[in-house]
Design a protein around this ligand. Structure first.
Ligand code: FMN
Length: 204
């Protein structure tokens, strides 16, 4: 059973969540986890050359393969992660999703479980809107959306941290100065585990 974790990250927060999601998925029996990053745009890549923090994060991800349509095709379950851009996913992630026409035409993603996760700069910067709008194309592709249940102890809280029933989240801070809290990572691992568990059930 193949579980694909595909993410985009410029300053590393979504990358940290992606690693936790992958770890959770890997805890499920017979799960082969593929961690993939989304292809960067050339124009953004040039801007990153001038930004020390983003350059370092680019370097940290250099060993992670870029996601292809074949990766999506071969996966039995997929978990998508994108930081927010004005309350929506990044254009880079949307570009990947928009390259799936052949998969859509042949119904190749239908019935595959999917989950989503995100990072925002601020507490109310669009966690839920990003996750919910990320789900829309996945539903068009016929995927089965899997969220995070409230039975997880860290889900009910009033602190400035992540954790939504729509998917895992974290708060990066206005300058990217915050890091995912232990609870954010726990919820990210739970999302990965849950998508993998549901995938195993769907396949049987
Ligand atoms: C064009 C642009 C739009 C953004 N819009 C929002 C936003 O609507 N709400 C918010 O909280 N953060 C917003 N951010 C901040 C990013 O979401 C933040 O840098 C990201 O969550 C960090 O994740 P990363 O470390 O994985 O790149 C925006 C950033 C950019 C560059």
């Amino acid at each position: 059973m193949r579980i694909l974790v595909v993410y985009y990250s410029m300053y590393g927060h979504t990358l940290t969540l992606a690693r936790a999601v992958a770890e959770g998925a890997g805890q499920v029996a017979n799960a082969e986890v593929m961690l993939r990053r989304v292809q960067e745009f050339e124009v953004v890549d040039k801007k990153i050359d001038e930004n020390e923090a983003a350059r370092q994060v680019r370097e940290q991800q250099s060993e992670i393969p870029v996601c292809t349509v074949d990766d999506l095709r071969s996966a039995d379950g997929v978990i998508f992660g994108s930081p927010t851009r004005y309350g929506n996913m990044t254009a880079q992630m949307k570009q990947l999703i928009d390259s799936t026409t052949s998969l859509w035409l042949n119904g190749e993603m239908e019935g595959k479980p999917a989950g989503v996760f995100t990072s925002t700069a601020s507490t109310h910067g669009g966690q839920e809107t990003t996750l919910l709008t990320m789900m829309v194309p996945l539903l068009h592709l016929g995927m089965l959306i899997v969220g995070v249940p409230y039975s997880l102890p860290s889900m009910i809280h009033t602190e400035a941290r992540g954790g939504t029933p729509y998917g895992a989240t974290t708060i990066a801070g206005g300058q990217g100065e915050l890091q995912p809290k232990p609870e954010d990572l726990e919820i990210a691992r739970a999302l990965g585990r849950r998508v993998a568990e549901v995938t195993a059930k769907v396949r049987s």
